[in-house]
Design a binder for this molecule. Structure first.
Ligand code: 2PH
Ligand code: PAB
Length: 272
């Protein structure tokens, strides 16, 4: 299997850089040109096969609204700044078709839409026009007491139908860790159930991308309130996601995460 030209016979790493000061993990934020380039180059050196740029936080528990023009400005600046310095595919983490189009023109390759093509009605059209691979996250209204992995699968199926209708050829599926929050079960249990049953997403026959990096469910389970202290928890969750079939791990910590996922993949080969 391949995604955006990258071979996925072994799990690969997507390094995350945010140019959004409001992002939940401040260690992921770069707003200086030299630091941005240095970080992107270092991530590739450490083994990242993709770079994901975020220009607006989507954390469900933060106040994240910014004007669209500001998101466009940040996103285009970031892509133009790093484009010549790295050869790996660059994705843009956005729910806006306008942002996606502007950055595809500036050299980005992949659309990473946490609303799974359901937020902006123009998004699927833009992806199709530009022939861009798309990452769709499970997105929808969660009902209390619903089953996590089956709900995620239903949401992803809806996104795959939208992609299919628009003739979008390359899609990766993502269970949206941290985004789906019913009143019950609590989100950290929801996220844990999804990761424990991740292999069920294989039925789609698409690359599976997972982002657990320093997220709040890790904080809830380990008691680490500060995202700075959540690396060990993240590596543990990464290893389990890798063991259960994740093809791409989206992370703030490329070097450490690559080791974790390599260990998981190697041990997995000998599992019954
Ligand atoms: N496909 C995908 N995209 C994502 C995912 C994820 O799990 N999958 N998690 C995010 C949260 O991380 P980030 O550091 O970007 O946080 P922020 O939303 O506060 O910027 C943001 N974007
Ligand atoms: N965009 C997101 C940022 C953070 C989290 C989380 O901490 O669970 C979830 C989504």
């Amino acid at each position: 299997m391949k995604f955006a030209g990258i071979d996925l016979s072994e799990p690969k790493i997507m390094g995350v850089i945010n140019v959004s000061p409001e992002s939940f993990y401040k260690g992921s934020v770069r707003n200086d040109e030299d630091k941005l380039i240095e970080t992107a180059v270092k991530m590739v050196k450490h083994g990242a096969s993709f770079i994901d740029i975020g220009a607006k936080s989507t954390a469900p528990y933060l106040e994240t609204q910014i004007p669209l023009e500001e998101e466009v400005r940040r996103a285009v600046w970031a892509i133009k700044t790093i484009r010549e310095h790295v050869e790996v595919p660059i994705s843009i983490d956005t729910t806006s078709a306008r942002v996606a189009e502007e950055v595809l023109n500036a050299g980005a390759n992949i659309i990473n839409d946490v609303t799974g093509l359901k937020g902006d009605p123009e998004m699927a059209q833009i992806a199709s026009e530009y022939n861009a691979p798309v990452i769709v996250c499970a997105h929808g209204e969660v009902k209390n007491l619903s089953d996590p992995i089956h709900t995620v699968m239903d949401f992803l199926q809806e996104s795959l139908v939208i992609a299919e209708k628009h003739g979008i050829e390359e899609v990766a599926v993502d269970p949206a860790i941290g985004f789906l929050r019913p009143e019950w079960p609590p989100w950290y249990e929801w996220d844990s159930k999804v990761i424990a049953n991740l292999n069920m997403l294989k039925i789609f026959g698409k690359p599976i991308l997972v982002g657990v990096s320093r997220k709040s469910f890790i904080g809830a389970i380990t008691g680490r309130k500060d995202p700075n202290e959540r690396l060990p928890g993240s590596l543990s969750a990464t290893a389990i996601a890798g063991f259960n079939g994740a093809n791409i791990i989206r992370t703030h910590d490329v070097k450490e995460t690559l080791d974790a996922v390599r260990m998981a993949e190697f041990i997995r080969r000998f599992a019954p």
